[in-house]
Design a protein around this ligand. Structure first.
Ligand code: ITT
Length: 203
């Protein structure tokens, strides 16, 4: 991919992700399209064992289906005391179609006996960029924190209300989008993606 693509499809159905991605990639002459503009796009079964496998599968499938350079995000929460769960199962932990609150409550329940000193967790985000010709790139970001014992805050999405970002003393759901983006797993991966695009924008 020697040149900057004119259009990039953001292949996610998660509005929380779309908002964070749009916030961070604003300054380049690229039109970002969403899946809302492709109602017939295929559903991708996320059956990989790693975030990388799933992100690449989503990006590759949608790039081939639409003919557009496509960016996909696979991400999730990995809790040390739960042997890395929910991990790649983050979106459907607590059952298919469960709400964000139900997913958070399930983690809290599973961790009820875990002492404060062992509640380490990390958010991981893998962004995959695929072009219909078969070129593929991956950008990864990780953010470390702790799981608290109740839900706190109403911003963000997913597991944000139970994830304490210790440097701020706040959960991600108590931080506004800009502050979260500065330190989050997705923010880090997106900045790597931004550098990649800027290198291609130079004449
Ligand atoms: P797409 O596959 O359409 O992108 P999804 O929500 O199904 O959307 P994933 O399979 O990557 O996406 O699942 C990621 C889940 O991990 C997501 O649904 C949240 O529950 C959680 N997650 C990821 N990033 C998060 C963040 O920044 N804050 C809170 N929870 C997050």
């Amino acid at each position: 991919m020697p040149h900057l693509p004119q259009k990039i499809l953001i292949a996610t159905k998660n509005l929380g992700k779309v908002n964070e991605i749009r916030d961070l990639i604003q300054d380049l002459p690229i039109e970002f399209l969403s899946l809302a503009e492709f109602p017939d796009a295929p559903d991708v079964v996320e059956d990989g064992e790693t975030f990388e496998e799933n992100a690449l599968k989503k990006a590759r499938t949608l790039a081939l289906a639409t003919g557009l350079v496509t960016l996909a995000d696979d991400s999730g929460l990995c809790v040390e005391a739960l042997n890395g769960r929910p991990g790649v199962l983050s979106a459907r932990y607590s059952g298919e179609g469960s709400s964000d609150e139900e997913k958070c409550l399930r983690i809290l329940e599973e961790m009820s006996e875990i002492p404060d000193s062992e509640r380490y967790a990390r958010f991981v985000c893998v962004l995959a960029l695929a072009d219909p010709g078969g070129e593929e790139y991956v950008f990864r970001g990780v953010c470390e924190g702790r799981i608290i014992r109740e839900l706190k805050g109403t911003k963000g999405f997913g597991y944000d209300p139970i994830f304490l970002y210790e440097e701020e003393g706040l959960t991600f759901a108590e931080m506004d989008r800009q502050s979260k983006n500065l330190v989050s797993h997705r923010g880090l991966a997106l900045r790597k993606f931004g550098v990649f695009l800027e290198q291609r924008a130079r004449p």
